[in-house]
Design a protein around this ligand. Structure first.
Ligand code: ADQ
Length: 486
């Protein structure tokens, strides 16, 4: 099969959150399993910067391609490179007007930007004569690709054998805009209806992706069920129930080659299951680097997140003073909403010797925290899959999570009787429940060394690789070809 993926973030070219990790790793594993994968992404300013840093040169393929049906004179160029560590081609859609913001999601008009990208991807394929069996679009920024395929390109023989797959990485971001963008996008008016892109009087790109793709996936089996309920459905639960037969939940994985504590160059000291005591050296080094008391026996709780409501940070705010009573260290890495940045700054001021708050985006520091921490905190309000807990497991850092979405699919409560389980968690969205889960973890860490060592072993042996999930994607692609509608 020839598969084209389209997304706004691909690691290492541009990363804001977990979407980049998925696009930077899944295609490589699908390729290893014998399929041909290509990636299409915008040539963000950040991509140019990262390519410079990584010594990657981009090859120019075509220049100044117009898109006749859009209400813009803007044209696009296509550049080409490969996903590092693979043969997966990456095609960059370049246009200085739309993709010159400092960061990925900072363009002045993200609706126009997304429309321009989606149309460019399809026009680039035609222009370069690249036909695909599957076009796999990720998140709302690329959700108009399946819409265009079913609307404007429906009778185009070039795409007659192409099926589309749309993956929801996060239903919390849908791309909701003024209906006037229908005209800019060159989409027929009849699509602006309750059975189409209309959403409470607005235009909803993600709704388009859900309704017009041949198959929909999301990033964990539990989240696939949750989003069909009113509680998690973000007002699209009805539409998702309508397409329940074509909706699959496939758990994300992580790149086992890139993220391996035995070889990871970003961490201070490498270790594996056979010499896991060396993990503590990472803690000692990080304590020194972050000006915390260097004490290998102090439990260190790590947290790495985009600082947004989704991540359950209000629970942390309410529980933190009690958590600090356990005589722990707390290391935070994240950027995001101002209110949360301020909240963490205040926590840092209150506990200057035991808390380290790092309000920046730093992938190297992230790995150091995954390796150094004893406990990784992820109390999300909702979590489509979550990668932080997966990196933690791989690095022998015990996750304490709220059992929702992919967190419920990957973290299993430790049972001291059977010695099974790889972490701790809670279900009710409540600070007391979070506190209890942290207390359990700290208690075992401090008083039950044998169980703690078993937990580390179980965590590091948990399979969070892509192998199984990549197979599932391939069979979903085959389903999409069978299910291809009109
Ligand atoms: N300040 C910082 N510095 C360095 N690295 C940072 C960082 N802040 C976050 N990160 C990194 O960004 C990634 C976050 O990924 P997650 O999957 O946990 O959440 P996210 O909500 O972004 O992803 C969405 O998409 C993914 C992919 O499908 C789903 O797993 C998830 O549930 C969904 O919300 C991790 O690799 C983490 O280390």
């Amino acid at each position: 099969m020839r598969i084209a993926m389209a997304a706004f973030e691909v690691y290492p070219f541009a990363k804001v959150g977990g979407l980049a990790d998925v696009l930077g790793s899944l295609p490589k594993v699908i390729e290893k399993q014998g399929e041909k994968v290509s990636i299409f992404m915008p040539l963000h300013k950040l991509v140019r910067k990262n390519c410079e840093k990584l010594g990657i040169t981009l090859e120019s393929l075509v220049k100044s391609i117009p898109i006749p049906y859009l209400q813009t004179q803007q044209k696009f160029d296509v550049y080409h490179s490969k996903l590092p560590g693979s043969n997966v081609p990456v095609y960059f859609i370049a246009n200085d007007y739309y993709f010159s913001a400092e960061n990925v999601y900072e363009a002045p008009d993200i609706a126009e930007q997304s429309i321009f990208f989606c149309a460019s991807v399809l026009e680039a394929m035609k222009n370069l004569g690249m036909q695909f069996d599957i076009i796999h679009a990720h998140d709302w920024q690329t959700a108009l690709i399946p819409v265009y395929l079913k609307a404007l390109y429906r009778t185009d023989p070039f795409f007659s054998k192409t099926a589309s797959v749309f993956t929801i990485h996060n239903l919390g971001y849908q791309g909701i805009f003024d209906p006037l963008y229908m005209k800019f996008a060159g989409l027929p008016n009849y699509l602006f209806s309750i059975d189409g892109l209309e959403f409470y009087g607005k235009l909803n790109f993600m709704k388009g992706g859900i309704l017009f793709s041949d198959v929909i996936t999301t990033v964990s089996p539990t989240y696939a069920q949750e989003i069909q309920t009113e509680e998690f459905g973000e007002k699209l639960d009805g539409v998702l129930r309508l397409r329940a037969d074509d909706l699959y939940g496939i758990l994300n994985g992580i790149d086992y080659l890139e993220y391996d504590p035995a070889t990871d160059k970003r961490i201070y000291v490498n270790y594996d299951l056979n010499n896991v005591e060396k993990k503590k050296l990472n803690k000692l080094e990080l304590q020194k680097a972050l000006n915390l008391e260097a004490d290998e026996n102090k439990p260190m709780i790590g947290m790495i997140n985009r600082l947004v409501d989704q991540k359950g940070l209000d629970l942390v705010e309410k529980a933190i003073d009690f958590i600090m009573l356990f005589d722990v260290q707390f290391v935070v890495l994240g950027t995001g909403e101002k209110k949360y940045e301020e909240m963490f700054q205040q926590i840092q001021e209150k506990y200057p010797t035991r808390v380290s708050v790092n309000l920046k985006f730093d992938v190297d520091l992230a790995q150091k925290i995954y390796a150094a921490s004893d406990i990784f905190l992820m109390p999300s309000r909702y979590e489509p899959c979550g990668l932080g807990q997966m990196y933690s497991l791989r690095y022998g850092t015990i996750p304490v999570v709220r059992y929702t979405g992919g967190l419920a699919d990957t973290v299993k409560e430790y049972n001291p009787k059977t010695k099974e389980g790889n972490g701790f968690g809670f279900t009710e969205y409540d600070p007391a429940h979070l506190l209890y889960a942290v207390a359990k973890a700290v208690h075992v860490y401090k008083n039950e060394k044998e169980h703690w060592n078993r937990l580390i072993k179980n965590a590091m042996q948990t399979d969070v690789s892509w192998e199984r999930s990549a197979k599932q994607y391939i069979s979903v692609y085959q389903e999409a070809l069978k299910k291809k509608r009109f």
